[in-house]
Design a protein around this ligand. Structure first.
Ligand code: ADP
Length: 444
């Protein structure tokens, strides 16, 4: 296709150069080329069309074909696609492919337009319409042929699908091309007036499509949210239910009774934590969380977190607070600071299935109070360290030895730390434990 395109391009340059174009022709082609470049650079997304955004450049290429003939149309098509694709840093193979596609489609539009020449309104309109149809058909058929060949599928189903998807954009494009050509015939300057409504439609359509895409993303997140939360709630609920049924039997020995009560205690604690995460995440989402920053004694708040966490620690884990004397107070919202520390300590315990030492270390430097939660657990591969702070992002279950969770805890931590004007990060390597740190400004 690239060879066909190159041949069409070379023939077009030769034909256009030897035809001795007048200054008005050159100016007209240049104006259409600029319009085509702008249209290609800012494609218009059309709702319900599955082949991405649609470029209105075709309208100007077809316009050039009807008004000035096939050779300038091929040149406008080639310059447009080469400039825009190169500026987008597309791979050379793709640029060559698209150049071929546009050059051949432009030639088809030009030859079709030339065969229905005539000065009357009707034949101008018919020329513009049939040139649009020729451009569209060549474009769609070549694209379908290449895609079918690379995916080793049959050509006809692809071609039909592409025709079906692009029929609406084609109808819009063809009517715009007819309008452009008829107006251009009356006065090129008047035709330029078309540009304003076209730009307005393109901008409006892009903003509507942007809003729709955002709404779909919110909807997708909501579905994921419901799926994750209900899946995570089911397991502890089943354990509590099972333990309660066992306790109902009267002939239990004290050891089994204690074990069942232990299950109920731990699993209902886990349930409460999941519900807590969901509540915090939804408060963050709705923007209803207020931050009241005050001067907080970081050491005593961290001490409270440690004291609360100790009774729930597995026997294989230990938890220590390391705090230097004279630590300055942090500028923080105490409830949010506590939530961040609780989440990080919970994770340190959860992701240390073989136990180990967990430290919370506090320090002050450069006007910041630093909190570090260090564990000797599973660790996190470097490639995942950015993404674990994203909503719902969890490591491969194999990497975390089947430990369950919602993927919300670190997202909540990151958002809360940001709301308190701080930053949070992790240092870790797989199999060697992790250190989650965050900094908050010293209270003035
Ligand atoms: P989850 O509910 O899955 O624990 P989080 O947002 O708290 O959700 O954590 C996201 C992911 O980051 C976890 O699924 C886990 O893979 C990883 N992770 C978080 N904390 C630790 C840690 N201390 N050690 C190892 N991996 C961790």
């Amino acid at each position: 296709m690239a060879v066909g395109g190159a041949a069409a391009g070379a023939a077009a340059i030769w034909s256009f150069a030897t035809s001795g174009p007048s200054w008005t022709t050159l100016a007209g082609v240049a104006a259409l080329l600029v319009a085509s470049l702008v249209a290609e650079a800012f494609p218009v997304p059309i709702e319900g069309v599955a082949v991405g955004a649609t470029s209105l450049a075709n309208v100007f290429i077809v316009g050039t074909a009807v008004v000035y003939g096939w050779a300038p149309a091929v040149l406008v098509a080639l310059v447009t696609i080469t400039a825009v694709e190169t500026a987008r840093r597309r791979p050379p193979v793709r640029v060559a492919f698209n150049m071929g596609l546009y050059a051949l489609a432009g030639s088809a539009a030009g030859f079709t337009a030339e065969s229905s020449e005539g000065p009357e309104l009707g034949s101008l309109a018919l020329g513009a319409f049939s040139a649009s149809a020729a451009f569209w058909l060549v474009d769609v058929v070549l694209l379908a042929a290449v895609v079918a060949r690379t995916s080793e599928e049959r050509f006809l189903p692809y071609a039909w699908r592409y025709v079906f998807w692009t029929a609406i954009p084609f109808a819009i494009m063809a009517s715009l091309a007819v309008l452009l050509v008829v107006l251009w015939d009356r006065s090129p300057l008047i035709a330029m007036v078309l540009i304003a409504p076209m730009v307005a439609i393109a901008l409006y359509q892009r903003s509507v499509q942007g809003s729709l895409d955002r709404l779909r993303e919110v909807d997708r997140l909501k579905d994921e949210f419901v799926a994750v939360a209900s899946h995570e709630l089911r397991t502890p609920l089943a354990s509590v239910y099972g333990a309660a049924i066992t306790l109902k039997k009267h002939d239990l020995d004290p050891k089994t009774r204690d074990a069942m009560l232990d299950v109920i205690f731990h699993e209902s604690d886990r349930l409460a934590r999941i519900v807590n995460d969901v509540l915090w995440a939804s408060r963050l989402e709705s923007g209803s969380l207020r931050t009241t920053v005050e001067s907080v004694d970081a050491a005593s708040l961290a001490e409270e977190v440690v004291v609360d966490a100790r009774p729930r620690l597995p026997t294989s884990c230990s938890l220590e607070l390391i705090s230097p004397p004279g630590l300055p107070p942090a500028a923080a919202d105490p409830e949010k600071l506590r939530r961040v520390l609780v989440n990080l300590v919970d994770n340190a315990v959860k992701y240390s299935p073989d136990g180990g030492r967990i430290d919370i270390e506090l320090a002050a430097s450069d006007g910041q109070v630093r909190f570090a939660v260090r564990d000797q657990g599973l660790g996190i591969p470097e490639s995942e360290q950015e993404r674990i702070f994203d909503k719902f992002h969890r490591l491969d279950p194999y990497l975390q030895r089947g430990v369950s969770g919602t993927g919300l805890g670190l997202y909540i931590c990151r958002e809360l730390v940001h709301q308190m004007n701080g930053r949070i990060w992790v240092e870790s390597s797989a199999g060697e434990g992790s250190t989650f740190s965050f900094e908050l400004p010293v209270a003035s």
